[in-house]
Design a protein around this ligand. Structure first.
Ligand SMILES: [Zn+2]
Length: 259
């Protein structure tokens, strides 16, 4: 562990994993479709989970029909559904929108005291101050609280995502061990992806979780790294080709559905 001479006490908690990342190939974010397409109701994709996993085993997204939240890490991939259930995903399930990478953390921070979501994000923002690159992050630990929601499964004709929000159930987990998987996406990527922090959570018994609205960590380990490359597969189906992917209220709509 090496520190620059002017580093503060807080910074010294951050362990640089340069040796680790040097052994790994360059990280790439892979995503299928666009957030703006999901927002406008393009809920059926042709990408299978098996295909998705050829691009990375770490990430988040949803399933065809907007059937719950996806969380993937360490070769585990789960579906968190609006009835509160969770299940292991099968390789032939399909996704209309997902973001994955091969997670290569460059930094590791041990958290020994309760810390808010904002404070955890501040640690990442201090290490990777430029908002022009992607970050991937993972937290393993005991969460003092974690508030999640899961999108409810839709049936055709599909409504825009902003219209299905009222139906989404919210779950509250208190003093639960779990895993958080997330990305920090540059503001200039709003619409292609979700700008800012986007995080999903699953409990250690793999029975519950979802898209995180808020959380506080009791203690745990934060790992994160920056990513400089993005690959996007555009759908070719009629719903995507006919969707309006640049509505006037795009930024506000994404903030309303994803924060
Ligand atoms: Zn989400």
């Amino acid at each position: 562990m090496k520190h620059s001479s002017e580093c503060t006490c807080e910074q010294s908690l951050v362990e640089t994993l340069s040796g680790f990342s040097a052994q790994h190939p360059e990280s790439v974010i892979y995503q299928t479709s666009l957030m703006s397409a999901l927002l406008s109701g393009v809920y059926e994709g042709s990408t299978t989970i098996a295909e998705l996993f050829t691009h990375g085993n770490f990430g988040l997204g949803t399933f065809n029909g907007l059937d719950g939240e996806m969380i993937a890490f360490s070769d585990e991939i789960h579906q968190l559904r609006s009835d509160g259930s969770a299940r292991v995903v099968s390789p032939d399930q399909k996704t209309p929108f997902a973001v994955v990478t091969q997670f290569v953390p460059q930094y590791r921070v041990k958290i020994d005291e309760p810390m808010s979501r904002e404070a955890l994000h501040a640690i990442i923002d201090e290490q990777i101050p430029s908002d022009n690159v992607f970050c991937a992050l993972r937290i393993d630990g005991l969460f003092r609280h974690a508030h999640t929601r899961t999108v409810p499964r839709q049936t055709p004709p599909y409504r825009a995502m902003t219209d299905v929000l009222d139906d989404q159930p919210i779950f509250r987990f208190n003093q639960r061990d779990g895993v958080l998987v997330g990305f920090r996406t540059p503001q200039h990527m709003q619409g292609l992806n979700v700008a800012g922090y986007h995080e999903h959570f699953i409990t250690d018994d793999r029975q519950g979780g979802g898209h995180l609205l808020d959380y506080q960590l009791e203690r745990g380990v934060l790992t994160f790294g920056e990513i400089h490359k993005l690959t996007i597969d555009f759908p070719a189906d009629k719903a995507f080709l006919n969707a309006n992917l640049h509505p006037d209220d795009l930024d506000a709509a994404i903030r309303s559905v994803e924060s």
